[in-house]
Design a protein around this ligand. Structure first.
Ligand code: SAM
Length: 240
């Protein structure tokens, strides 16, 4: 497998530097969720498996795994035995008692340079394709302050997609269903994806009423047949 030389990330300009994303919203109900709590959020998409099962299946095939906890402090990584784990958050909020086995990069995901830092970490890992095998993105209430711009959320999704291994890398992510518009655009996008890319794993599920304020959750698996970039709704509709 080859390593991409050109930056795979869709340009997020550092205009974002003027955004005021700061840590410390203490009203966050979930802050340092463990693996069980993440599995609960994504349970419908896990179909009775655990994240550890996914990594163990790779282990049985003699494969190493890199796991990323995006928009989190990495506590979830303590419950997944992988070769290397990376957490990405606005700041390091881990307590001295936390197991700091994984690396934590501090950075704003709305900034291009944060994605470059993640990519730098991946390129230093001892795996052939320098890509992640499992990406978890559960900002919980943190998704609400991120941006109202659905196109920007889509760019973030595509940047996560760029980090993912084609060797069945799986992304579990929260999606913004906060407005009726964003919800219907995302579900429309999924419908079009299933028509144009029937083999592409692309499962999107609105969270149950008690968690609806967090939006929806999604699972994507990347394989050699997957597109390099996830097409936008406009692109999918143009090729109709
Ligand atoms: C409510 S906490 C959830 C933490 C963890 N994922 C969990 O579920 O327990 C929100 C997380 O999102 C991160 N976050 C919020 N906005 C961010 C941004 N613009 N860039 C990077 N991380 C961000 C925060 O640093 C924090 O780790």
């Amino acid at each position: 497998m080859t390593t991409e030389v050109r930056s795979p990330f869709i340009a997020l300009s550092d205009r974002g530097a003027s955004l005021t994303h700061v840590e410390g919203n203490n009203d966050w109900d979930v802050k340092n969720g463990d693996v069980r709590s993440y599995e609960e959020t994504f349970q419908t998409l896990l179909s009775k498996r655990t994240f550890a099962d996914i990594i163990n299946e790779r282990k049985k095939q003699g494969k190493k795994s890199l796991v990323i906890d995006l928009m989190g402090y990495g506590k979830v990584l303590e419950g997944i035995e992988c070769e290397a784990g990376l957490a990405v958050a606005l700041s390091d909020q881990r307590s001295p008692l936390d197991n700091k086995k994984s690396i934590l990069i501090t950075g704003n995901v709305l900034l291009f340079k944060t994605w470059e830092k993640i990519n730098d970490w991946l390129t230093k890992q001892d795996v052939p394709d320098k890509k992640a095998n499992l990406i978890l993105c559960r900002p919980a209430a943190g998704i609400r302050g991120l941006t109202d711009n659905i196109d920007l959320h889509f760019t973030l999704l595509n940047n996560m997609w760029s980090l993912l291994s084609r060797d069945s890398g799986i992304l579990f992510t929260q999606l913004p269903f906060m407005s009726i518009d964003s919800r219907s655009r995302i579900l429309e996008w999924q419908k079009e994806m299933k028509i144009k890319y029937p083999k592409q794993d692309c499962e999107i599920i609105p969270l149950p009423p008690e968690l609806a304020f967090l939006g929806g959750v999604a699972r994507f698996t990347k394989t050699p047949d997957s597109p390099d970039r996830l097409p936008t709704l406009q692109e999918l509709q143009k090729t109709a």
